[in-house]
Ligand binder design. Structure first.
Ligand code: NAD
Ligand code: WQD
Length: 366
């Protein structure tokens, strides 16, 4: 079993991946600055994984709060810290050797990235560089990176293969493509005298849903921009209607088609990726994580209504800037290299997202 460092583990995808990794038997150190994550997410993860809280401590600086859970030989530590600060990251390497880092910490809102590009280059690119530098200082060279299908921009062919051109169309996508380039340079850098890097760039399609318990899920800050959190808010009466962005796309029903992947399938994909890297010689893997199936906005609305017995009023509106008609993964390389594929369907996605929303209508801020 490995000791893994999870940056951004208190966020949406990170928290679900922490649970999957704990259930696989690994021990974890999580670092998060809580800018968009919650201690409560990790508390719930520890509870679901059957770990007991051991202690909570604070150093002289408030930034360095720490929480510890344990069960038998397995442990989970949460550190409050900023990935852009070497001293904060170094804390994670202090008490144990870290076998691999899964790097989720980052900023992810496309529209915000257009308004504040420097923040995105700072956290996503400079932050990733800092994580890699501290890893190298500590002789840890196994790295799983949260990339995004957004690096493909307006892909010309679907399903989208990893060989499709990388041509992002917004600053957020540019920062993901830049980190991928940094990782390719790093993978190519090691000489015969140095141990090589083991790297996976995982390009997620549309992560959605929540753990089946309803105890952890997506907790968007302010008004959500993604489809499923908005559908939940409409279904619960927090918003009058869903605005469907475009009904004249070149798709069967005219609405946008996406490859929605259940967040627990995605979490398990990370488990498969890190175990594959640790078991194989140094390499760089670039993999799509998606289901390979596309669903339109109206199919999602209908699936949600049918599965949950709710009503989701909607209005057909004009297209949203920057959207494309169809984005669907070709997930065959991930299947063959990791022995991983998605297993949860659209009904499961809708059921789990709704359970989380009903149990936590205000997210973690209860
Ligand atoms: P999230 O915002 O829920 O999680 C990111 C976490 O990183 C948060 O807990 C936040 O507090 C933390 N963080 C941010 N800046 C930090 C810093 N400087 N130091 C320490 N912690 C910091 O986002 P998510 O949806 O879980 O996404 C995780 C990763 O996956 C991101 O890198 C994102 O770009 C990528 N991704 C997300 C999606 C998606 O649709 N959610 C799709 C593709 C890729
Ligand atoms: C899905 C579909 C919309 C909201 C974004 C980022 C991408 C990635 C995932 C991080 C589209 C339609 C949506 C609404 C709608 N994130 N829609 N009404 O745009 O595919 O991807 O999140 O890497 O980078 O761009 O996801 O959930 O916003 O939209 O009709 O109110 O739902 O037009 O067809 P998207 P989404």
């Amino acid at each position: 079993m490995a000791n893994l460092l999870i940056t951004g583990g208190a966020g949406y995808i990170g928290s679900h991946t922490c649970l999957a990794l704990l259930q696989m038997g690994h021990s974890l150190v999580v670092i998060d600055d809580f800018s968009n994550g919650s201690v409560d997410a990790i508390r719930a993860v520890a509870r679901l994984a059957g770990l007991q809280q051991r202690s909570r401590s604070a150093s002289g600086q408030a930034r360095h709060h720490q929480w510890h859970w344990q069960q038998g030989g397995q442990h989970l530590t949460l550190l409050e810290g900023d990935i852009r600060l070497a001293a904060d990251l170094q804390l994670a390497f202090e008490d144990q050797a870290i076998d691999a880092v899964l790097h989720f910490a980052g900023l992810k809102a496309v529209a915000e990235s257009v308004a504040k590009p420097l923040d995105y280059w700072n956290v996503n690119v400079a932050g990733s560089r800092q994580v890699l530098e501290v890893m190298a200082d500590n002789h840890c060279r196994t790295f799983v990176f949260s990339s995004s299908a957004t690096v493909y921009g307006m892909a010309e062919r679907v399903p989208i293969a990893e060989t499709s051109p990388v041509q992002p169309i917004n600053p957020y996508g540019q920062t993901k493509a830049a980190v991928e380039q940094m990782l390719r340079d790093l993978a190519a850098s090691s000489g015969p005298a140095e141990p090589g890097w083991r790297i996976a760039c995982l390009r997620y399609f549309n992560p959605v849903g929540a753990h089946e318990s309803g105890a952890i899920g997506e907790d968007p800050d302010g008004v959500p921009s993604n489809l499923l959190p908005l559908i939940c808010q409409v279904a619960s009466g927090q918003r009058p209607a869903l605005q469907v962005y475009g009904s004249d796309w070149a798709t069967p029903d005219g609405t946008g088609v996406r490859d929605y992947i259940h967040v627990m399938d995605l979490a398990e994909g990370h488990g498969a990726a890190v175990e594959t890297l640790l078991a194989e010689p140094p390499q760089l893997l670039t993999l799509n994580l998606g289901s390979g199936r596309g669903h339109s906005v109206l199919q999602m609305v209908q699936a949600f209504e049918h599965t949950n017995g709710t009503s989701v009023p909607y209005e057909l509106c004009s297209r949203r800037a920057g959207d494309s008609a169809v984005s669907v993964a070709d997930p065959s390389v991930a299947r063959s290299r990791l022995g991983w594929q998605t297993s949860r369907d659209l009904a499961t996605i809708c059921r789990d997202a709704w359970r989380w929303h009903q149990q936590n209508p205000s997210g973690y801020a209860q």
